[in-house]
Structure formats: structure tokens, C-alpha cells
Design a protein around this ligand. Structure first.
Ligand SMILES: Cc1cc2nc3c(=O)[nH]c(=O)nc-3n(C[C@H](O)[C@H](O)[C@H](O)COP(=O)(O)OP(=O)(O)OC[C@H]3O[C@@H](n4cnc5c(N)ncnc54)[C@H](O)[C@@H]3O)c2cc1C
Length: 541
């Protein structure tokens, strides 16, 4: 059976580029991998927007790493596994927590703006961390500082060839092996075959599958969907993390109020002004995110309200302004002030725990294809990600995929250069083209309403039917980026919903109203899926 590319080829010849290593995505994972790989190989990095337009750039709280005197990788391991609700891969977590401190020290050397006091790095506190462990930069502008530092290192200090505004449509495979990717330049409309001996997928998450998300516009899950089409195994798609404290006052993406504020003492209150997390968990506001979300849900249901409140009025206003300049500025756009107002907050789609299955070296099930960062399912987050572990994951595994390439590139060189492949011919315009923006709105609203942070069998069945109907009613005509993104969103929405329907329990971030208990006997396991025809084509490289 031919594999399902969504791209079709224009009549004119396609451009070609050839690299040793092709990196897709310019967030923390992609930049880390590209910079490391460029020390030895010819590296191309493609990103569909600018290097500032990433989820990494938006990160607020910081990076978790066991650097404090009272901390250790073992303690970080225990906290990560406890938050992961029975589904962390212990080997992957071990790698994360033990290699994390060295990777972070290397980052500190090139990123001078990590916050310090009396010369020492300041460590912040976040939910479910048993000690202060989170490094931050520029107060709550950690992502911007890290992203700018790595972008500069890639632009100036390395031999990475950067292509911004280059939309990757599909991975190219021959006989089940990945040999690069097809891309479309958004400025000049040229299609390019980017051939490489190794492709590293670092395209980030998929928050835009939901109508309300903290994620930037680029986070449409393209990488997960294209890996699926290429035959890669995906895992844990039902585990979408909803952050407890999205601002419940509009805005797209939804402004995030970092967990670090609760780490500094901000409290959650109900409409009557009472704390409620104290009755839910001994750690109260600093319980794991899934526990806080469930506590909020109970409160909001009891009150018939769509939000609760975050109260930072008891904190020192100068400290708050200094430590949280970005949140302060975001809130002032809504005429809200942390030192004066209770801030309305509600859970919002935030982090895609599932993704493309990898081993601890970032290898996917498709030979020649690696994955790192939010697009990957390394197993470090289990069913609930510990706060500030994702920047760390991008840093550790972005570096690690490259360490493994040595043997792999050496072995493959000649075959890849000889490979041939075919893409489907371009189809004519559809008679009645769908309104792509309207379909996308309907799909993402449906996901927020029925596959959001509380799920039921009825809602999921309805959602699946509506998604199937939307899929079969879709008339694309000549496809461009909006159509490609919609197809990717539809692919992910459908697979997330199917997995959520299968998992008949409540675990971590997956909350089923009709199965409110965790069921280890039946469900202490992963849901892994692949395109049916891909089952025989896989195998590790
Ligand atoms: C508001 C917010 C705050 C956060 N705060 C923290 C925090 O404090 N600490 C923490 O650990 N985590 C935090 N997270 C999560 C963390 O930021 C992300 O998980 C992490 O940055 C993901 O990095 P990445 O490199 O995998 O992907 P990204 O940074 O999202 O980069 C993805 C890249 O892939 C590119 N791309 C996507 N699709 C295509 C395509 N089709 N073609 C070409 N390129 C493509 C994008 O353009 C982008 O360059 C936060 C997330 C948000 C939204």
C-alpha cells in the first residue's frame, strides 16, 4: 500500500537540499540538537515561523534541575515518578534527572541572564517538587532568555543552516526509512525536498488542537501527525495536560499565570474567598497539577462557576513585579493587578504529554527518524508532567539524540544518497471547497467541549462521530499551510479522542467522570498506536 503523503507536487521541478542531519523545529529541543550536531555534521534546521515563534519562547517558570544543596537526582527522580501517576518510564526519568544538571550548567555558561542572588543561582519552588529546584531567567521570562541564547548560538556560533518560515509538510520515507522531509517556503512558495541521512523531529506540541490553549499558533501537532503518516508508533495521546491557572478572561493564546507564583505563596480561593486546596491534598496549592485541576473542578461544580481565583495580594508587591514581570504585563492588558486583584483562573490546554515513541536515545520506530522535546514520548512524564521538566527534557534529549548519531550516520551514507521516491500528483481544485477556518474553529471548540479536562463516554463518542463527519465532509481543493494544519489537527483530534475513549479510568491528567478512580489492574499501561499498514514497516534503526 502506498504511504499517505498529504503533499502533492507542483508541475515544476522541486528544489533539493542535502544535509547529513535535518532538524525540524527551532525550540529548545531542535536548537540544542542542531548546535550539537553541527560540531561534526552538515546540519539544516527548518522552522515554520521565526525562531522567536516557539513554545519555548513563551516558557515562564523555568527549568528544573537538581542543583541545590538539599537536592539530588534521586529526589528529582522520586518527585517526577510520583507526579507521573504510575506511567513514567524509570530509565528515561533516570536519564533526565542525572544528565539534567550537566546540561543546565552548560546552558548557564552561555546564557548569562539566569537569575542570581549574591552570585548564586536562585532556585524557585513549583508544585509537586519537594525542594526548590527551578532555575529561572529574567524573572518569568525564562523561555525568551533561553531561546534567544540558543538562537544566537545557532546563528552566529555554529554552522547550522537555518531556514525560517519553512513549513514542513511531510516526512519522506522509502521502504519504511526516513530520508528527510518535504517543505514549503512561506515567502516564495517553493517546495523543497530536504534529504538527510538522519532527521530529528523537534516540532513541539499540539495545544492548538484545542480552542483555548496557552500554546502559540505554531503548535498544531504537525510533527506528531506527519510521524504517524510515516508509520511511527505514537503513545499516550489521551494525556493532555491542562494547566490549572490559565487566565479566565479571554485572550489567544490564553495568558498563563505561572505555577511559580503559587511557589512564592499565591493561593487559590473560591467565590466566597476561601482556600479549598487545603482540604484536597496536604500540599494544598503546591500539589501536582492534576490534583490541583481536580480540586478546582470540584469547587467550580459546587459553585456553578467557570473559574476560581488566584490570590497573590498577600505577597510583597515589589517582589512580585520583579520576579514576574511578564505575568504582570500580561495581566495589565486585562486591567488586572496581582497586588490588588483576585485573578480569575481556569484550567487550559497546555502540554502534550503523548507523542512519537522514542527510546532513551531519541530513536523512533522509523529508521532514520529521531524525536526530541514535546513532540516525543520518551516516557519521562508518565500520565502527568512535573512542572518545569519539559524545558529540561528538550535540553537533555536534544543533546542525547546527537550523541547516538555517530554510528548511525557512518552506516547509512551511501544507501540514502541512492534512494528514490515518489509523491502523489497534484489534484485539481475541489468543486466546493470547505471553509477551512470555520472547520478548524468547529473542531477545536469540539475538542475543548468534549475531549477537554473532564471527559465522559457519551461526550467522547459524540466527539468521535463529529470528527469523522468533519473529516469526510472536508473538501480541500489546492492545499496550502492552513489545509495542512487542519489535516494535522484532525488527525490528532481523532486519535486523542479514540485513546481517551479507550482509557476507562481517571489517571493523571486524564479525568473520566464516568470512571473516577485510577484502575491499576487494567490500566497501568500505555496506549500505543500506528497506522495499520505501517505495522510491518517499522523496526528500529
Ligand atoms: C505559556 C507556556 C509556559 C511554559 N512554561 C514552561 C516552563 O516554565 N518550564 C518548562 O519546562 N516548560 C514550560 N512550558 C512548556 C515548554 O515551553 C515546552 O514544552 C517546550 O518549550 C517545548 O520545546 P520544543 O523544542 O519541543 O518545541 P517548541 O519550542 O514548541 O518548538 C517547536 C518548533 O517546531 C516548529 N514547527 C512546528 N511545526 C512545524 C512544521 N510543520 N514545519 C516546520 N517547523 C515546525 C515551530 O515553528 C518551532 O520552531 C510552557 C509552555 C507554555 C505554552
Amino acid at each position: 500500500m502506498p504511504r499517505p503523503y498529504i503533499a502533492s507536487v507542483p508541475d515544476r521541478p522541486l528544489l533539493r537540499r542535502q544535509f547529513d542531519v535535518l532538524v525540524l523545529g527551532g525550540g529548545i529541543a531542535g536548537l540544542t540538537a542542531a548546535i550539537a550536531a553541527a560540531r561534526r555534521w552538515h546540519v539544516g534546521l527548518l522552522t515554520k515561523a521565526s525562531l522567536n515563534d516557539t513554545t519555548t519562547f513563551l516558557a515562564q517558570g523555568g527549568i528544573a534541575a537538581a542543583l541545590g544543596e538539599s537536592d539530588s537526582p534521586e529526589l528529582h527522580f522520586q518527585d517526577t515518578v510520583a507526579a507521573g501517576a504510575g506511567l513514567c518510564d524509570p530509565d528515561a526519568v533516570r536519564v533526565l534527572v542525572s544528565e539534567g544538571p550537566d546540561r543546565v550548567r552548560e546552558l548557564i555558561e552561555i546564557c548569562p541572564r539566569f537569575d542570581r542572588k549574591d552570585g548564586e543561582i536562585v532556585l524557585g519552588r513549583e508544585g509537586a517538587h519537594s525542594v526548590r529546584r527551578v532555575l529561572h531567567a529574567g524573572g518569568d521570562a525564562t523561555g525568551r532568555e533561553v531561546s534567544s541564547t540558543l538562537s544566537e548560538a545557532a546563528r552566529l556560533g555554529s554552522r547550522v543552516q537555518l531556514y525560517e518560515d519553512e513549513f514542513v509538510i511531510d516526512l519522506l520515507t522509502i521502504d519504511g526509512r526516513c530520508i528527510g522531509a518535504l517543505s514549503l517556503n512561506l515567502a516564495d512558495g517553493e517546495y523543497t525536498l530536504n534529504l538527510a541521512m538522519v532527521t530529528i523531529l523537534a516540532t513541539g506540541g499540539a495545544g492548538q488542537v484545542y480552542a483555548r490553549t496557552t500554546n502559540p499558533e505554531v503548535a498544531t501537532g504537525d510533527g506528531v501527525a506527519m510521524a504517524y503518516r510515516a508509520g511511527a508508533a505514537l503513545r499516550d495521546l489521551e494525556f493532555v495536560q491542562f494547566h490549572p491557572t490559565g487566565l479566565a478572561a479571554g485572550g489567544s493564546p490564553t495568558p498563563l499565570i505561572t505555577e511559580a507564583l503559587r511557589g512564592e505563596g499565591a493561593l487559590l480561593r473560591n467565590a466566597a474567598g476561601e482556600r479549598f486546596m487545603t482540604t484536597v491534598d496536604p500540599k494544598a496549592e503546591l500539589a501536582a497539577r492534576d490534583v490541583v485541576v481536580r480540586g478546582m473542578l470540584a469547587q467550580m461544580r459546587a459553585e456553578g462557576s467557570a473559574h476560581v481565583y488566584l490570590d497573590a495580594t498577600g505577597l510583597d508587591p515589589d517582589m512580585v513585579r520583579r520576579r514576574f514581570p511578564r505575568v504582570t504585563a500580561l495581566l495589565s492588558e486585562h486591567d488586572l493587578d496581582l497586588s490588588r486583584d483576585l485573578i480569575p483562573v481556569a484550567p487550559v490546554a497546555h502540554y502534550f504529554i503523548g507523542g512519537v515513541v522514542t527510546d532513551v536515545w531519541g530513536r523512533t520506530t522509523v529508521p532514520g527518524l529521531y524525536a526530541a522535546g514535546e513532540v516525543a514520548s520518551t516516557g519521562v512524564h508518565g500520565a502527568n508532567r512535573l512542572a518545569s521538566n519539559s524545558l529540561l527534557e528538550g535540553l537533555v534529549f536534544g543533546d542525547r539524540v546527537v550523541r547516538h548519531l555517530d554510528r548511525y550516520i557512518g552506516r547509512l551514507g551511501e544507501d540514502v544518497r541512492r534512494l528514490q521516491f515518489e509523491l502523489p500528483a497534484r489534484s485539481g481544485p475541489a468543486a466546493q471547497r470547505s471553509d477551512i477556518a470555520a472547520v478548524r474553529r468547529a473542531v477545536t471548540e469540539l475538542m475543548s467541549a468534549k475531549v477537554g479536562w473532564v471527559r465522559t463516554d457519551d461526550g467522547l463518542v459524540d466527539a468521535l462521530e463529529e470528527l469523522r463527519a468533519a473529516n469526510s465532509a472536508l473538501r480541500l481543493g489546492e492545499a496550502g499551510p492552513p489545509e495542512f494544519e487542519l489535516l494535522n489537527i484532525l488527525t490528532l483530534a481523532t486519535q486523542i479522542t479514540k485513546c481517551a475513549l479507550l482509557r476507562e479510568e481517571t489517571r493523571g491528567v486524564h479525568v473520566r467522570d464516568d470512571y473516577p478512580e485510577r484502575d491499576d489492574r487494567h490500566w497501568q499501561r500505555h496506549i500505543t498506536l500506528r497506522l495499520p499498514q505501517a505495522r510491518t514497516a517499522g523496526g528500529r534503526s
